[in-house]
Design a protein around this ligand. Structure first.
Ligand code: AMP
Ligand code: MG
Length: 415
């Protein structure tokens, strides 16, 4: 059957035309359930943190100028007028010549501006006297009120993925519940009677299912809630029923396999039966990723990705990830890249946007990108790669030594 292949950008445009790329909704959750969720509101500080000038060492709250000039040989005498318990506010002001005992975390009494550490003091001649053996400067050993967080400050932006660090900030502000975006629910199915789920014995002619978990994990990365519906054998009826079930229970359906031209090429007709408008993308000028079919049924996107593990993932990154991230309230991916020189000549697929996974190595003066030239059926090509190079449709070949942009799978690349 004839397919008019379109470019990646045209495919993305069609997706944008038929699918609403917006967050699905908002819910409020407790902090302990908020890990990994996406913040649905800006968070401003409603309090100063710390809420009072706070001692950062055990010792004595003092007026710094009372200690000026103090030394072992010339100690300054201070009168101890009380102590401040952690968790209590001091009742009295500190006057000139006075000291008040404090512990780490204590509030400083009014009138004091520094903490003289215990080890810089000696007991004096009376129980109420201490001797300062060194001088402290104003603000020394004190965390000023609002030093950590100032009231009114914009601390966390809508669209932030909450990790331990951001959750700590929320708790410091006394926030117990937080508004987060709903997670798009994603139904995943693997098609192919050759597939066996891991944990079961491999009988002859079969292979273990890879895409179920690579797609499952990729959905999690994009802020979605995956549900694996299982391996479906190559039967039109079974695939159609499973996809219908997926559409009922989920916001997005992601299938893999059975999209290439051949005896098992049945996805297109199934998608067209699932709802309107049906198939919106039927093949993309990409390698890998060409037999990608995208459909929409009553507003819900259906992605039928190629069966080859690497192709399935490349198609996922290109087409499924932007949709899921938008639905999950996450900003578009900011792809990070490094510049490198190519270690070998590569021949892209002519007329198709070619993705080539590469391994990075530190060369003499620059980074060197080693293409990993494995078939698109190889899952290791991506697992061993540090990143990938994209070669535009109209480029015929890249010579060894040519400068390329390597998009990184994670963070900054370090050897
Ligand atoms: P298909 O598009 O169904 O013809 O699949 C293309 C190739 O990918 C075939 O070699 C399949 O065996 C393989 N394949 C399909 N689905 C999976 C999967 N879930 N895990 C691993 N390999 C797969
Ligand atoms: Mg198949």
């Amino acid at each position: 059957m004839f397919r008019r292949l379109i470019s990646r950008d045209e495919a993305l445009q069609r997706i944008r035309r038929y699918v609403k790329l917006a967050a699905l909704g908002v819910e409020e959750v407790e902090l302990r359930s908020a890990f990994g969720r996406v913040l649905a509101e800006d968070v401003r500080a409603s309090v100063d943190v710390p809420p009072f000038h706070r001692a950062t060492m055990d010792g004595y709250a003092v007026k710094a100028k009372d200690t000026f000039g103090a030394s072992e040989t010339n100690p300054k005498s201070l009168r101890v007028v009380g102590s401040v318990e952690v968790g209590k506010m001091p009742a009295t002001r500190l006057e000139t010549g006075q000291a008040m005992a404090v512990a780490t975390g204590s509030a400083l009494p009014e009138g004091s501006d520094a903490v003289l550490p215990l080890e810089w003091t000696r007991t004096g001649s009376t129980p109420n006297e201490i001797l300062a053996l060194r001088a402290v400067t104003t603000g020394e050993n004190v965390m000023e009120r609002g030093h950590d967080i100032k009231r009114g400050e914009l601390l966390l932006k809508e669209g932030t993925r909450l990790t331990a660090r951001e959750l700590g900030v929320l708790s410091a502000l006394g926030i117990a519940r937080v508004k987060v975006y709903l997670k798009p629910k994603v139904a995943i199915l693997s098609t192919g009677q050759e597939l066996v789920e891991p944990g079961k014995p491999l009988t002859s002619g079969k292979i273990y299912d890879v895409n179920w978990i690579t797609l499952y994990a990729s959905v999690l990365e994009c802020g979605g809630r995956p549900e694996f519906l299982g391996i479906v054998e190559d039967s039109v009826e079974k695939m159609e029923n499973t996809m219908r079930k997926g559409l009922e229970m989920a916001d997005v359906v992601v299938a893999s396999g059975a999209t290439s031209v051949g005896a098992t090429d049945i996805m297109r007709s199934i998608v067209n039966r699932l709802g309107k408008p049906g198939v919106i993308v039927d093949g993309v000028r990409m390698k890998p990723g060409k037999p990608t079919i995208i459909g929409v049924a009553d507003g819900k996107p259906i992605f039928c990705l190629p069966g080859n593990p690497m192709s399935a993932l490349v198609a996922f990154y290109n087409f499924v990830a932007p949709v899921l991230r938008a639905m999950a309230g996450l900003p578009p991916v900011r792809r990070r890249f490094v510049e490198a020189v190519l270690a070998g000549r590569v021949m892209p697929a002519s007329g198709r946007l070619t993705t080539i996974p590469v391994r990075l190595e530190k060369g003499q003066e620059q980074l060197v990108a080693h293409p990993i030239l494995k078939a698109s059926g190889a899952i290791t090509a991506l697992a061993l790669a540090d990143g990938y190079v994209e070669i535009p449709e109209d480029v015929k070949f890249l010579e060894s030594g040519e400068r390329v942009k390597v998009y990184l799978f994670r963070g900054e690349w370090k050897p």
